[in-house]
Design a protein around this ligand. Structure first.
Ligand code: C2E
Ligand code: MG
Ligand code: MG
Ligand code: MG
Length: 279
């Protein structure tokens, strides 16, 4: 540790490290309370067909406003929830609530829910999915679970078993943040994956960055040849949108076409707006 590396290192790193540890401790305590007090909400970000511009679905994104520290990003609290063993419970609540919300949307609008690698290793996940569908009345084909490459890396036999079970329920699986993990292309045909979501770090460098443009083109071709759908995530500009429309991405999701919004606002949008061109 830093303490054993001499005075210099100790003095340079200790304040930052202490601050990080203190914030982490505070968030751990707050997160345990949050679970009991139900401080979480879900927002929905619309997804559109890139060619027609028609709304095709929404991704459920978890929000937590901590009474002490204010709004905390899921990129910060989900890993803590994983470490504390809380993510399975939080994730089950998200799935249950999101399926309930989606059941009242028009039938052509699908629901995507993020699943942490820890949830994926829990053998109860298929049962939780089954129960959420049964309680809400949502048709299985309208639900898609988003997993990341990390989830497949750690324990791939257990993950394969769980994902196959979920696929057999009629629920689809997508691979989120594609291109940022420890990608092994063999995952793509070994697991029952029906969609790739290209990570926003590539999309955001379009259209000028030659490397990102090549990667996006290559992923789109790979998806087409493996019979998978492609979603481009993080579209913020018109030129990014026209690039991905020209390069075979089926769906788009980004601040340009629609930010994440509360359930009631999404329900209203789903009922009225059918085309991002109208936005
Ligand atoms: P993700 O699943 O890749 O979700 C997309 C993230 O990109 C969301 O961030 C969304 O708000 C953001 N985003 C969408 N379009 C744009 C854009 O045009 N520009 C930019 N800069 N960002 C855009 P958010 O809501 O902060 O979520 C971050 C991550 O936290 C998610 O990434 C997901 O990995 C995780 N997460 C969120 N909700 C849940 C959940 O219910 N369960 C689990 N396990 N993870 C979740
Ligand atoms: Mg996602
Ligand atoms: Mg995503
Ligand atoms: Mg993503």
């Amino acid at each position: 540790s830093a303490k054993h590396n001499g005075k210099q290192t100790y003095r340079v790193f200790e304040p930052t490290l202490m601050e990080a540890i203190q914030r982490r401790r505070a968030l751990e305590a707050s997160l345990r309370r949050a679970c009991m007090r139900d401080e979480f909400t879900i927002v929905y970000q619309p997804v559109f067909a890139s060619q027609s511009g028609a709304i095709s679905g929404a991704e459920a994104l978890l929000r937590w406003t901590c009474p002490d520290q204010g709004e905390i990003s899921p990129t910060e609290f989900i890993p803590i929830a994983e470490d504390l063993g809380l993510v399975t419970r939080i994730g089950a609540d998200v799935l249950r609530q999101a399926c309930k919300d989606a059941a009242s949307w028009p039938g052509h609008i699908d629901l995507a829910v993020n699943v942490s690698p820890v949830q994926l290793l829990d053998p109860r996940l298929p049962q939780i999915v089954t129960q959420s569908l049964a309680d809400s009345g949502l048709a299985p084909h309208r639900l898609e679970l988003e997993i990341t490459e990390t989830a497949l890396l750690n324990n791939d036999l257990a993950a394969l078993r769980t994902l196959t079970h979920i696929r057999d329920l009629g629920v689809r699986i997508s691979l989120d943040d594609f291109g940022t993990g420890y990608s092994s292309l063999s995952y793509l045909h070994r697991f029952p994956i029906s969609r790739i979501k290209i990570d926003k770090s590539f999309i955001q460098k379009l259209p000028d960055d030659v490397g990102s443009a090549s990667i996006v083109r290559a992923i789109a071709q790979l998806g087409a040849s493996l019979n998978m759908k492609i979603t481009a995530e993080g579209i913020e500009t018109d030129s990014q949108l026209s690039f991905i429309r020209d390069h075979g991405c089926d769906e788009v999701q980004g601040f340009l076409t629609g930010r994440p919004i509360p359930p009631a606002a999404f329900l209203a949008l789903a009922g009225t707006q059918t085309d991002f061109a109208e936005a």
